[in-house]
Design a protein around this ligand. Structure first.
Ligand SMILES: NC(=O)C1=CN([C@@H]2O[C@H](COP(=O)(O)OP(=O)(O)OC[C@H]3O[C@@H](n4cnc5c(N)ncnc54)[C@H](O)[C@@H]3O)[C@@H](O)[C@H]2O)C=CC1
Ligand code: BAL
Length: 467
């Protein structure tokens, strides 16, 4: 059995049956069979079932949110928000199901061509432990909206909400086998991708995992969508609304205890306001209350896994060893009950070597590094000093500058005077080592379908056309 822990105390909260390697065939056979029938149903029927799934998930959002918060150590409010957004994914993609269409192409007076966007078949969705229910919902909803089946493989540390979601989807009328959850680690993920019935893989997780997934997909000549990590910059200009910028910076890196692919973990502040802004930041970091997220004053909970706690602690030690100056660190909880919890205090560093791990490697924990910049060109150069390109934040009251930077920054998402504003409607994905392929919004239709072109002679059978 797979033991599932709560990171708040380290206790085991559930045991989950792993999917046996010899069950992969039957999981995928069920998915293929369900998909063939599902793809033949009118798109508006599929959409209506997804909308009903959204309604049922919303009706169970309190239960799902509580489970999510317990398994991930999020605050109850964050858990609820994640559950609400999982429900919204089904409502949103339910709306897309009968609106996504191909195109007609008037090639010449006697030839009409058109395209049809067809489902791939069975999609394998490999999801991480940091956003369990929303990520599972998003990948499943995008898959089935356009006629695919979806086999989800959640991270073994946080499978509970995806499993409950699959039960609710079935209750909402999604056919048996269309959305399934297979439980296990990387080996199971590989076995699912290597299986001949899998037609598309969508992965969210680490660059290492992404590389292995892409390699397995390439061996099978199937497409892979990879949403990987980041080392995202936030740029604060002297003319910004500094109160909003301060909040945006804090939430951008310490929400979810820093375990976000989009964490704004490199902060660059314009020289003229550097000392005062960093002093305000330092005071705020020191006052962050860390502990059991269900307590009303707690702002930062634990790391979601023991392994992540160890990785974050090691990253803090390495930053110090490589010469960064620790400016502030919050207090760990003193409550005896939380002694087994996976806590790491939010920590602020300055004066790091730009080539050090602190400035280059994803930490995925509550660790922020701050450095000054001189002007717009210097800010952009510093922002680009990374192999990643997932997100960037710009805080300035100069609209033209904001849009110049939005144009120039190499990142899949650029937020202007906000951060972490994610929506099903807005395409999401990375540049560079942050992955490739896009999900969300109308990109979902392109990503989760393949194009078939149909070319038709209008003036009777005509062999040998060269178009
Ligand atoms: N971009 C993101 O949202 C995430 C990034 N990370 C980064 O990765 C680091 C390590 O976290 P991990 O849990 O080890 O992430 P991971 O990338 O190893 O795991 C994420 C998911 O991929 C699966 N997986 C891993 N290797 C696979 C393979 N070869 N084939 C198929 N499936 C595979 C895992 O079982 C899990 O479901 C974190 O410290 C963080 O830096 C982790 C989780 C999410
Ligand atoms: N992993 C994608 C960013 C998010 O939805 O939290």
């Amino acid at each position: 059995m797979l033991a599932v822990h709560t990171p708040i105390t380290g206790e085991v909260i559930a045991e989950v049956e792993p999917t046996a390697p010899d069950a992969v065939d039957s999981v995928l056979a069920r998915a293929s069979e369900a998909q063939r029938a599902w793809a033949r149903r009118p798109a508006s029927d599929r959409g209506a079932i997804l909308v009903e799934a959204g309604r049922l998930l919303a009706a169970h959002a309190a239960e799902l949110g509580e489970l999510e918060a317990r398994n991930t150590g999020r605050t109850p409010a964050e858990g609820r928000r994640e559950a609400d957004r999982a429900a919204q994914a089904f409502s949103y993609y339910g709306g897309w199901a009968d609106k996504a269409a191909g195109t007609t192409i008037p090639v010449s007076s006697d030839v009409l061509a058109y395209t049809v966007r067809e489902p791939y078949g069975v999609v394998v969705g490999v999801t991480p432990w940091n956003v369990p229910v929303r990520m599972a919902a998003k990948k499943a909803a995008q898959s089935v909206a356009f006629g695919n089946a979806c086999v989800l493989k959640p991270a073994p540390e946080t499978p509970l909400t995806a499993m409950r979601m699959a039960e609710l989807l079935r209750a909402a009328g999604l056919p048996e086998g269309l959305v399934q959850v297979a439980n296990g680690g990387p080996e199971l993920g590989q076995a699912l991708i290597e299986h001949p019935s899998t037609a598309l893989v969508t992965f969210t997780g680490s660059p290492e995992g992404g590389r292995a997934v892409a390699t397995a997909a390439a061996q099978r000549l199937i497409p892979a969508v990879l949403e990987l990590g980041g080392k995202s910059p936030q740029l604060v200009f002297a003319d910004a609304d500094l109160d909003s910028a301060l909040e945006g910076v804090l939430l951008g890196v310490f929400a979810s205890a820093g375990q976000m692919c989009i964490a704004g973990s490199r902060l660059y502040v314009q020289r003229g306001i550097y000392d005062t802004f960093v002093e305000r930041l330092r005071a705020r970091v020191e006052s962050i209350v860390v502990g059991d997220p269900s307590a009303p004053d707690v702002r930062v909970g634990p790391q979601m896994t023991a392994a992540q706690r160890d990785r974050t602690r090691a990253a803090i030690d390495r930053a110090t060893a490589q010469g960064a100056r620790m400016l502030a660190t919050a207090q760990l909880p003193s409550d005896e009950r939380l002694r087994g919890g996976f806590f790491v205090p939010p920590t602020l560093f300055a004066d790091a070597d730009p080539r050090s791990d602190l400035m280059r490697a994803e930490i995925f924990g509550p660790v922020l590094a701050v450095a000054p910049f001189e002007d717009e060109a210097d800010a952009a150069a510093k922002a680009h000093d990374t192999e990643f390109g997932l997100a960037a934040g710009v805080w300035t009251s100069d609209g033209a500058r904001a849009h110049r930077l939005a144009r120039d920054l190499r990142a899949g998402t650029v937020w202007l005077n906000t951060y972490r504003a994610l929506s099903d409607q807005v395409p999401f994905g990375g540049f560079g080592a942050s992955g490739y392929g896009r999900e969300n919004g109308e990109e979902a239709h392109r990503t989760y379908t393949q194009v078939k072109s149909v070319v038709s002679a209008l003036d009777g059978p005509t062999p040998g056309y060269t178009l």
